[in-house]
Design a protein around this ligand. Structure first.
Ligand code: URP
Ligand code: ZN
Ligand code: ZN
Length: 497
């Protein structure tokens, strides 16, 4: 046969276009886009009739926590690399970039990376890469940046302005940014003021306000906006070193980011479905239920959701990730449940690990919402993440001869599945979804990874193999030519301040 797989009768969507093409795949690559219907009789090992449904590049989710130790308060990840990536492909995601966490007592980033490799190797259903999560930017860690980019294919890292286990002081952030600039490593920043939120938490507890809903009171919008502003200031001090504000939820932070972008600063931003589909009211459910929506920053209000949607449409946010950070709900030792006693009849919010599952629901929720043009949907969920994290054009596009054959075939408008989300239909190992009972109009019908069907909703479910997912060595970010701009501006020079 000429081809391994042909997809006929689909409407292909990229970040640039929506058009009817047949797609041909050979040796794990897209090799041809041809006039619709023209490949119907061609010799191929396998053919899929998309029946007029959309065909998009596979989802690229570059904010995923799997098999992590307790870092965000109590609790350890409820998903492994196996269960998390199984869930990913069932939701149309073919590539993830997960974190390799470096706790404060581990001086070596390379060792942290090695441990993450051990967990992921031979266990993944989708392709994967790693960002370093830098908890201890000491001399040794900073000296390893060169090896990370040149040898390990790790070109990004994340740092925190909160969480006892991870919080960096401003001087440490500057050290990371200066070294990241030298090695063209892209820095993601979790911008919440940890000292302020600890103080607010103590104040709430002194008033015996322990219920899950007070998580939101302990992390008000100002605390995110302040840290966002500070992160932008720190980036500008290091000669405008590119940064990404992760999981942005607040309109004030969004406005500050937009302003910096308008000033020509290399400030990028990410948001997540929880800031589009949940509100703070979801934390105020009877009993302890609200814990199911405890993440950081917390979901805000309806008006904030609209600001975030607008920010996606107007380009303030380059990427929409899941921030899949799963903990079981019904688990007092490793999960969300906190001790219930006379003093704490609905638990204690400060003990609830921060984070929610969402790797499988990210694409269906957003695709089905009708709130983004389809080209924008592909841009923020696949193409831009691939560019931002050095995977483009192998990932995030449909370029013949170049892009991996990673695709999602959606149901045609004439035959929408209209799914009611329940946790039992998801493929993670977490015992709840914060979106229980929600209606989604569409769902990936097939997910294809490097030419192989790994998710077939009608006839097999997850049909890909554990271990088929490959580790991806990543290049430097290519989004908006960010490093060319750094090249022009020159290296950090303290005498220019
Ligand atoms: O709710 C969240 N975001 N949990 C912690 C992981 C993170 O991204 O900071
Ligand atoms: Zn974070
Ligand atoms: Zn996260």
């Amino acid at each position: 046969p000429l081809f391994d797989l042909v997809i006929t009768n689909g409407i292909c969507v990229t970040a640039a276009d929506v058009a009817r093409y047949d797609v041909a795949i050979k040796d794990e690559k897209i090799v041809l886009l041809a006039a619709s219907g023209s490949l119907a009789g061609v010799s191929t090992k396998q053919i899929i009739d998309a029946e007029g449904g959309y065909v998009t590049p596979g989802g690229v989710d570059c904010h995923v926590h799997l098999e992590e130790p307790a870092l965000f308060g109590r609790g350890t990840s409820s998903d492994t690399f196996e269960t998390g990536t199984r869930s990913a492909v069932a939701g149309g995601c073919t590539t993830i970039v997960a974190f390799a966490p470096q706790p404060k007592d581990q001086p070596s980033l390379l060792r942290a990376l090695e441990l993450a490799h051990e967990k992921a190797h031979d266990n993944c259903f989708c392709d994967y890469g790693f960002h370093l999560l830098v908890g201890n930017p000491g001399e040794q860690a900073l000296s390893e940046f060169a090896a990370l980019t040149e040898k390990e294919g790790v070109t990004s890292l994340k740092i925190y302005m909160t969480y006892t286990a991870l919080q960096l002081r401003d001087g440490e952030i500057l050290s990371v940014l200066a070294e990241a600039r030298r090695h063209r490593i892209f820095t993601m920043i979790h911008a919440e003021n940890g000292d302020v939120l600890n103080w607010l938490t103590d104040q709430l507890e002194s008033k015996k306000l322990f219920a899950p809903k007070y998580h939101s009171h302990s992390r008000p919008p100002t605390l995110e906006a302040e840290a966002t502003n500070r992160a932008i200031a720190l980036s500008s001090l290091i000669s405008n070193t590119p940064i990404l504000l992760v999981h942005v939820s607040d309109p004030g932070a969004t406005r500050r980011i937009r302003e910096a972008q308008s000033n020509g600063q290399p400030i990028y931003a990410e948001t997540c479905p929880q800031y589009l589909f949940l509100t703070r009211d979801d934390l105020d459910k009877p009993g302890f239920e609200g814990a199911k929506c405890v993440c950081a920053p917390p979901p805000r209000d309806r008006a904030s959701q609209e600001v975030i949607w607008t920010g996606l449409r107007n380009g303030t946010f380059s990427v929409l990730s899941s921030d899949h950070c799963p903990f079981n709900y019904d688990d007092a030792e490793h999960g969300k449940k906190t001790p219930i006693d006379d003093d704490h009849p609905v638990g204690r919010f400060r003990e609830i690990p921060n984070g929610i599952p969402g790797i499988e629901t990210r694409l269906p929720l957003v695709f089905s919402s009708g709130k983004l043009p389809l080209t924008k949907f592909v841009e923020v969920t696949s193409t831009n993440p691939a560019k931002l994290y050095g995977l483009y054009p192998r990932k995030g596009s449909l370029i013949p001869g170049v892009s991996d054959a990673d695709l999602v075939v959606w149901y045609p408008d004439s035959d929408l599945p209209n799914v009611t989300l329940t946790n039992s239909m998801l493929h993670h190992a977490t015992d709840y979804t914060p979106y229980e009972g929600r209606r989604v109009r569409n769902w990936p019908r097939y997910t294809i990874l490097r030419g192989r069907v790994v998710w077939d909703r009608e006839t097999g479910g997850v049909v890909g193999g554990k271990g088929y997912g490959q580790f991806l060595k990543r290049g430097h970010s290519t989004l908006d030519g960010m490093w060319e701009a750094v090249e022009e501006e020159g290296e950090f020079d303290i005498t220019r301040l």
